[in-house]
Design a protein around this ligand. Structure first.
Ligand code: URA
Length: 235
């Protein structure tokens, strides 16, 4: 059983406050009866919920992309800092969790969902899901450093990093695509070649690309195509 306002948020009818207004206006019916109370409990597996006369198709999982801003932590709760989950709270999605972690000072693409199976698949070390980062560096990258990053560097783990791809985007800016997710990996890789990351942003994870129209702190629901693209990792 689920609160009706939560159900409607999940079906993307609107934010929690928009949903409450729509309910008050009598726009929602459950099994043919107009319901105005946000706390009304629906059985999401059987109820016929209609918004403006159109029956909604229930889906259990929701998927959002967040452009994580610097200064918040990739967690659901934290005693000291704001969290990525809290950013989605006003939309009624405070219970989504981030798929993986970005450092507090890192910006960019973070998938937020309640789909544990997909999260597990995307984070599974054996799947080698590509993550693409844009990094601004303290110094320009030498040819040798670039080659080392691509071949694999020692960052104090059991094995060197797996082969990566490097593109030069500017004098002191690169795109680095890696297929692992070790703690502070990009920063440690650059340190291993005598450089330093001064700004880091994730722009892609698997087939999912950051929507550049999202300012840091903004989010949007994934399109059907984007969700289907990620579903390939479940196989
Ligand atoms: N690598 C890092 O060093 N930091 C991140 O946030 C992500 C990858």
């Amino acid at each position: 059983m689920l609160r009706l306002d939560k159900y409607l948020c999940g079906m993307n009818v609107g934010t929690r406050s928009q949903v409450k207004k729509e309910l008050k206006l009598g726009m929602v019916s459950v099994n043919g009866e107009t319901i105005t109370r946000p706390e009304y409990k629906v059985d999401e597996t059987t109820a016929q919920v209609a918004y403006k006369g159109k029956v909604l198709e229930y889906h259990k999982y929701v998927y959002y992309m967040l452009n994580k801003p610097a200064g918040v932590v990739s967690a659901t709760k934290d005693n000291l800092h704001g969290t990525v989950a809290e950013l989605l709270q006003s939309a009624g999605f405070g219970d989504l969790f981030p798929v993986g972690r970005l450092d507090k000072d890192t910006e960019g693409l973070l998938l937020m969902t309640n789909d544990g199976g997909l999260a597990h698949a995307l984070l599974s070390p054996g799947k080698h899901v590509e993550k693409r980062y844009e990094a601004e560096l303290e110094e320009g990258l030498s040819k040798e450093a670039l080659q080392k990053l691509e071949q694999g560097v020692e960052i104090g783990e059991k094995h060197p990093t797996r082969p990566a791809r490097v593109e030069l985007l500017g004098e002191k800016k690169i795109a680095l695509t890696i297929t692992e997710g070790k703690f502070h990996q990009v920063k440690r890789m650059l340190e291993a070649v005598g450089n330093r990351v001064v700004f880091l942003r994730r722009v892609a994870m698997g087939s999912l690309e950051l929507d550049e129209s999202l300012a840091p702190g903004e989010y949007r629901e994934l399109t059907k195509g984007e969700v289907e693209g990620l579903g390939g990792w479940l196989k």
